[in-house]
Design a protein. Structure first.
Ligand code: FMN
Length: 310
């Protein structure tokens, strides 16, 4: 087939799950309710990722929980607010009705909780499980797990050894991210999602207090992007695993950089808050297709990790 006249092939697969193209949403940006799944499907994504579910419902923190930083990105400390694992089956069912692969984001404050949320999600028909090992602002639920490679191993092993559904480990920026990535893979993760938000804070100079009720939060959007590119690049260089790249993707160029660093799928989070998310997804896909054709490649996946070529 000529690559000049037709669209480039943007299809991919993550842990054996085929995707019609490389874009999915990032966890937490919608995805806690069935109607969110419908909205995300309407944006034209190839798969839907749920909000992180925990065993019990969590109300999260009191307001303010999210700040839009002008021309920069977002700072959030939502506190993993979610309706609890009981809501997972109906969210998964909506994904199935819409014919979209669905990845359930799994959280927990103990290994047993991760295993329980994972089993309910697998029984409900989830196509993939994404272990959130990297929430930066909820103690006992994230980065304090993911920055310790032995915790990463323990949680991933416990879930992967009982799960019939492929496990994807989501990690963030920590001193140990390469070791944690290695331990997740050793424990049975079939892919890695890199990266979660990074701890940051804003202070109100009139009230003289931190703005977020939680004092600090997780930074997302454009400032995260070059950091995500480096983490993906470093982990790909070390292990060449299947990687879902996430962090500050706002257009096709930022998505393409993550592909070249080593990502075979891409998540879009903060940028979905744009006025027209459907058009955003369409334009990222269009740009990627033109880019692949312009380079005279056929498939986007042929470009995965090419920035590592000597
Ligand atoms: C409001 C908000 C809520 C989030 N909630 C979750 C969550 O529940 N679980 C998770 O793994 N990541 C969560 N994230 C992190 C995103 O999935 C993603 O890793 C991060 O925002 C970087 O991508 P972006 O720059 O495209 O937003 C959240 C991000 C935002 C902005």
């Amino acid at each position: 087939m000529s690559t000049l006249s037709s669209e480039a092939d943007l299809s991919t697969a993550v842990a054996g799950v085929k995707l019609k193209h490389v874009l999915m949403n990032a966890s937490g940006v919608l995805g806690a309710l069935p109607e969110h799944v419908t909205r995300l499907a309407n944006y034209g994504l190839a798969a839907v990722v749920t909000k992180t579910f925990t065993k019990r419902p969590r109300e999260g923190y009191g307001p303010p929980i999210i700040l839009r930083l002008e021309n920069i990105g977002f700072l959030n400390a939502v506190g993993l607010a979610n309706p609890g694992v009981g809501a997972v089956p109906q969210v998964v069912r909506r994904g199935k009705e819409l014919g979209l692969p669905i990845m359930v984001s799994v959280g927990g404050s103990t290994v047993e909780e991760y295993v329980e949320v994972a089993s309910v999600s697998a029984d409900a028909g989830a196509d993939l499980l994404e272990l959130n090992l990297s929430c930066p602002h909820t103690m006992g639920y994230g980065l304090d797990v993911g920055s310790d490679p032995s915790n990463v191993f323990e949680v991933t092993k416990a879930v992967a050894s009982v799960s019939k559904v492929p496990v994807v480990a989501k990690l963030g920026l920590s001193d140990n991210y390469i070791k944690s990535a290695g331990k997740a893979l050793e424990a049975g993760a079939k892919a890695l999602t890199l990266i979660n938000t990074i701890r940051a804070m804003v202070i109100d100079v009139y009230s003289l207090r931190p703005v977020l009720s939680n004092v600090f939060g997780g930074l997302s959007g454009p400032p995260l992007h070059p950091i995500a590119v480096k983490v993906v690049y470093d982990v790909y260089r070390e292990f060449s695993p299947e990687i879902i790249g996430v962090g500050g993707v706002t257009n096709w160029v930022t998505a393409a950089e993550l592909v070249l660093a080593g990502a075979k799928a891409i998540q879009v989070g903060s940028a979905l808050s744009s006025n027209d998310p459907r058009e955003l997804i369409r334009s990222i896909l269009g740009g990627l297709s033109e880019w692949v054709k312009g380079l005279e490649y056929v498939r986007l996946t042929d470009l995965v990790g090419l920035a590592h070529r000597k």
